[in-house]
Design a protein around this ligand. Structure first.
Ligand code: WQD
Length: 328
């Protein structure tokens, strides 16, 4: 098997490449390097620089490298930006996926793993979100992920590919400092930034109907996410044509924003209490996965805890911000 990993120079993609090659699978990275970093691609793994909107380049990459399966992570992922630039998000995430699937079908690529997101659920009113919980995305970003899942499943069924959509919950952490997330768009790096700047981390609302009033999420280590891809890819490779799966990829454990800011202070050696500000529009109070289906089907479950996530993310942050930690 040779897997083409789109977005393989990105934060999550680079972890998937590493997990796949460590598991003995052949990987080829396909990335336009718009946010990806070529240095994240390990030695010995070919890097094809190209856009998922470029069907000819994809087709030639499939032929050149003998691609038998695709793990598709390339895409835009900022919720707020998607509200301002819906055309851009639909073009990159939905049209890019259509072009990629079209090329895959024409080239006889048999297996397809799609990066989806818990954002397909929107504001779920349940304790644990299962794959059967209704999908009501609240942003163009979430819509593109849900439309992507539908397209992947329809193409798989019509053309005999095996497919899986992986709904990631809140990803954090790193396998090594150089693989850490460089963006500052999520809770953990946003708290690191405030602490490093000598400011109080912000808690966006403490009046939610949750035990401590702050939002509850299901944080999952990026290495666990990467291992879920390996398990999924292997299952697809041994499944009947047209088989399709949808899996939540989370830990099934809720952690509040307050618990996270306390833990980040403890792990990084700071002691800067968080400051409560107003709610951020569109934030659901609680989004926690039931990860039972992927455990039952693939035998996968997360192994790493929130402390591992914060400690490994901090090592990456310090590498990028050498002054970090001095103001403690
Ligand atoms: C987590 C919680 C914030 C920063 C989004 C997407 C999702 C996925 C991951 C991409 C929320 C709170 C944050 C801060 C805070 N994206 N917060 N202070 O919104 O759960 O999920 O990112 O693939 O699809 O929707 O993640 O990390 O932004 O926020 O209080 O400085 O932390 O309000 O409750 P979110 P997040």
């Amino acid at each position: 098997m040779t897997w083409l990993i789109t977005g393989g120079a990105g934060y999550i993609g680079a972890h998937v490449v590493r997990a796949m090659t460590e598991a003995g699978e052949r990987a080829v990275v396909y990335d336009d390097l718009s946010t990806g970093v070529a240095e994240r691609v390990p030695a010995g793994v070919p890097l094809v620089v190209g856009s998922v909107l470029d069907g000819e380049r994809l087709t030639s990459a499939f032929a050149e490298h003998g691609v038998t399966g695709i793990v598709h992570l390339a895409g835009k992922k900022q919720v707020g930006e998607s509200v301002e630039r819906p055309l851009h998000y639909y073009r990159e995430n939905v049209e890019g996926l259509r072009v990629l699937l079209d090329a895959a079908v024409s080239s006889g690529v048999a297996h397809f793993v799609f990066s989806s997101s818990a954002s397909v659920y929107g504001m779920p009113d349940v304790d644990l979100v299962t794959e059967e919980t209704p999908c009501l995305p609240m942003s163009p970003y979430g819509e593109t992920k849900l439309a992507g899942e539908w397209l992947v499943r329809a193409v798989g069924r019509a053309h005999g590919l095996t497919t899986a959509s992986l709904r990631y919950f809140n990803v954090a952490g790193a396998a090594a400092p150089e693989l850490a997330d460089t963006g500052v768009f999520n809770l953990v790096p946003m708290v690191f930034e405030k602490l490093t700047d000598g400011e109080a981390p912000r808690v966006f609302g403490a009046d939610y109907p949750t035990p401590d009033g702050t939002c509850v999420r299901d944080y999952i280590h990026v290495v666990d996410i990467a291992e879920a891809h390996v398990a999924t890819a292997r299952r697809l490779a041994s499944s009947a044509p047209g088989t399709d799966f949808v899996f939540n990829v989370g830990r099934g454990e809720g952690v509040s924003v307050r618990e996270m800011t306390d833990l980040i202070n403890a792990v990084t050696g700071y002691d800067t209490p968080a400051e409560v500000t107003s709610r951020r529009p569109g934030d659901p109070a609680r989004v926690v996965a039931s990860a039972d289906r992927i455990a039952a089907e693939l035998g996968w479950s997360a192994k790493r805890d929130v402390r591992d996530m914060v400690a490994s993310a901090w090592a990456g942050w310090v590498r990028l911000h050498p002054g970090a930690g001095r103001g403690r």
